[in-house]
Design a protein around this ligand. Structure first.
Ligand code: HEM
Length: 455
């Protein structure tokens, strides 16, 4: 049975400099194979100490039991500041708490129902685009899923399609930004000494400024529309008009730009990565693809498909879940120990980096049955259910859990079903995909598939 692609692990010990070099190329293949079996692993350098925690109790402690003692590492800012400013993704303490109090209500269950028609329209748009090129020739599918996920974000946030001139410009500028800064995570994972060269090229700063200028234009326009009482009831309006129940404050204009930048980045990169891998997995396992397509065609046969019909897409949800297990779009997260700790009888000095790795936890050999296999049916088994509770965190967990988790679990299965109901996907023998961690988990040379229309 073919296993889904997994990057080869690093062989043997390497020097710090070699590690940094490997790390810069790809975080995943820079790691040794033992991390798939270890409960904890320490990494010591002259500049910092870091502890990767895979033991479910430790992950719980850091994310759920005492999250305030393990704030986001300040190093996270290193890579992301030019673009994200003081966005909720990078802040800590009271600032972060206030921001979440304003943002969270916009993503609550009832509110998600309101975003459904915009997601559906983005799905239709994606079908039309794919239809124009579904001729059985190899297609780089990440480009398509990025386009679709960006469309979802613009439609749900600002009620504009990706074809709107500002949306198109933001999307293009983001692509240029990523090309300029493919290893944005590096600074986030390693607390580099002050003298170490940073990777903010002139191009990174230029594209970040360009994106922020465009987003500023969008938020200004929206502020005017809100003042004049003609703003659509979408996520941007909700977030811009929500007040913090504790302080009564709303987001200031600049702060709103920071938040929109992170919604766009966190909301489209991640979903695009997950959708592309889901399609690749379905191409590798055609029996699952046919099952999902049949489910979609039955559920959507009448044309009337609404939010409450999402429960009919069970196979799609399980396939998407299994994709997030094997290819978690955010492969690792970093926290900092705010005070001295003891983990597994080992001293963890104050300031140590605590690395939580969905990538390793989701494939942990001591926790999951058949950890590297593709089995969307696993979540109804005893092992699958237990692991869902204690060893599955594609959206992180605890108070800092992804704001968009509920949103993504509707968007992903919906788009997957809409697309797979209409098209067949096949692998391209001379273009196998290999995961590599850039900003999210992507295909090293893209993800290539043949797309053809389903009869
Ligand atoms: C499959 C899709 C997605 C995945 C796998 C995902 C994953 C994650 C993860 C792992 C984090 C925590 C990062 C950390 O703590 O270092 C996070 C945070 C976040 N995500 Fe998502 N995300 C997805 C989609 C979305 C969407 C659609 C949105 C918004 C529309 C969104 C908005 C955010 C925000 C604002 C944060 C920061 C939360 C905070 O720090 O308080 N994400 N996401």
């Amino acid at each position: 049975m073919t296993l889904p692609p997994k990057p080869p692990a690093r062989q043997g010990r390497v020097s710090l400099w070699k590690y940094l070099k490997l790390f810069r190329q790809d975080i995943l293949s820079a790691q040794p194979a033992r991390l798939y079996r270890a409960w904890m692993a320490e990494f010591r350098t002259p500049f910092f100490r870091s502890f990767m925690c895979n033991q479910p109790d430790l992950v719980n402690l850091v994310l759920k039991e005492r999250p305030d003692d393990f704030p986001k590492s300040n190093r996270i800012r290193e890579g992301l500041t030019p673009l994200l400013g003081q966005s909720v993704f990078v802040t800590n303490g009271e600032t972060w708490k206030r921001q979440r109090r304003i943002i969270d209500p916009a993503f609550e269950g009832g509110r998600l129902r309101d975003t459904f028609p915009a997601m559906w329209s983005a799905g239709q748009n994606a079908i039309a685009r794919l239809g124009a090129q579904a001729d059985g020739q190899p297609t780089e599918i990440e480009v398509e899923t990025s386009h679709a996920a960006a469309d979802v974000i613009f439609r749900t946030l600002f009620s504009i399609p990706i074809e709107h001139h500002l949306a198109t410009q933001v999307f293009d500028a983001f692509r240029a930004h990523q090309r300029a800064q493919p290893v944005v995570n590096l600074g986030a994972f390693l607390p580099l000494p002050k003298w170490f060269p940073r990777f903010h090229s002139r191009e990174t700063r230029r594209t970040a400024l360009q994106i922020r200028a465009l987003i500023t234009e969008l938020t200004r326009e929206r502020q005017t529309a809100i003042r004049e009482g003609r703003a659509p009831d979408d996520l941007a309006t909700k977030i811009m008009t929500n007040s913090d129940p504790v302080t009564g404050q709303q987001f200031a204009a600049d702060e709103m730009v920071d938040q929109v930048a992170i919604f766009f980045l966190a909301g489209h990169e991640t979903s695009a990565s997950a959708l592309a891998w889901a399609l690749y997995l379905l191409a590798l396992y055609p029996e699952w693809q046919d099952r999902l397509a049949a489910e979609a065609q039955t559920a959507m046969a009448q044309g009337e498909f609404g939010f409450s019909d999402m429960s009919k897409l069970k196979t799609s949800r399980d396939v998407f879940r299994e994709t997030l297990r094997l290819y978690p779009p955010v492969p690792m997260m970093v926290r900092e120990a705010a005070c001295p700790e003891k983990f597994r009888d080992r001293k963890v000095p104050k300031g140590s980096q605590i690395v939580l790795s969905p990538w390793h936890l989701h494939r942990h050999e001591r926790l999951w049955d058949d950890p590297d296999g593709f089995d969307p049916g696993r979540f109804v088994t005893q092992n699958g259910r237990a692991c869902l509770r204690q060893a599955y965190m594609p959206f992180s967990a605890g108070q800092r859990v992804c704001t968009g988790a509920g949103f993504a679990m509707i968007e992903g299965p919906l788009l997957l079903s809409m697309i797979v109901g209409k098209f067949r996907f096949e692998t391209v023998p001379d273009k196998p995909a290999m995961p590599v961690a850039h900003l999210t988990v992507r295909g090293r040379d893209g993800i290539w598939l043949r797309v053809s229309k389903r009869e």
